[in-house]
Design a protein around this ligand. Structure first.
Ligand code: HEC
Ligand code: HEC
Length: 150
């Protein structure tokens, strides 16, 4: 008798819990406000057409973050094994650490290996666009309050 009362009690609790919970709507499953069954296309945007000669460095997101590319790069990509236009301007070891307006900043020391006393470009960094990206004015998909302190 005691056992069946307990069973009825447990069943009542489970039934009440099931009634209280409701399925998660398909537009409430993530940060996106659209249904998971929709396939929204991001709005089209253009990168700025700034030529390298007119570019000025953009603020860094944080100390030692990869600097953002402040000029257009369409004529310099794709970067292939045998072709890297970026280094024709930015591979200037004698200018490391020197910044002059209108002159491409040299890649920093971290991008070179020292071999027999000479600075040699580190092949691990060959694909510059892996870390350095041009910037466009695009609305954030999810708002955030990040501010650079640089
Ligand atoms: C024709 C020369 C030229 C080419 C080619 C070129 N750049 Fe630049 N780049 C510049 C100049 C000039 C600036 C502006 C001065 C500066 O801040 O270095 C600049 C700025 C930058 C900066 C900002 C540096 C900083 O300290 O904030 C980055 C990053 C950069 N370029 C990356 C690239 C990448 C990646 C490529 C290849 C996809 C590339 N550049 C190709 C000339 C060039
Ligand atoms: C693995 C990521 C990565 C790759 C790949 C990479 N960089 Fe960088 N780059 C960085 C970071 C991080 C910094 C800033 C910190 C530092 O100085 O090392 C930087 C800094 C720079 C700077 C600014 C130097 C200064 O003194 O202000 C230039 C210019 C640059 N990189 C050019 C290039 C070019 C050109 C390539 C391709 C040959 C390249 N980088 C590949 C991560 C990368």
């Amino acid at each position: 008798m005691k056992n069946s009362a307990l069973l009825i009690g447990i069943t009542a609790v489970i039934v009440a819990a099931c009634a209280a919970s409701r399925p998660v709507a398909d537009n409430e499953m993530g940060l996106s406000k659209t249904s998971v069954f929709e396939d929204p296309s991001p709005s089209v945007f253009d990168y700025p057409k700034t030529e390298p000669s007119a570019a000025t460095a953009l603020p860094r997101a944080w100390n030692s973050a990869p600097p953002q590319v402040p000029h257009k790069i369409d004529a310099f990509v794709p970067i292939t094994t045998n072709k890297n236009m970026c280094v024709t301007c930015h591979d200037k070891p004698s200018l490391i650490g020197k910044k002059t307006k209108g002159i491409p900043t040299s890649m920093p020391e971290s991008h070179y290996d020292t071999i027999e006393g000479k600075l040699v470009r580190n092949n691990g960094r060959h694909v510059c666009t892996q870390c350095h990206a041009p910037q466009a004015s695009v609305a954030e998909l999810v708002g955030n309050t990040f501010k650079t302190d640089q």
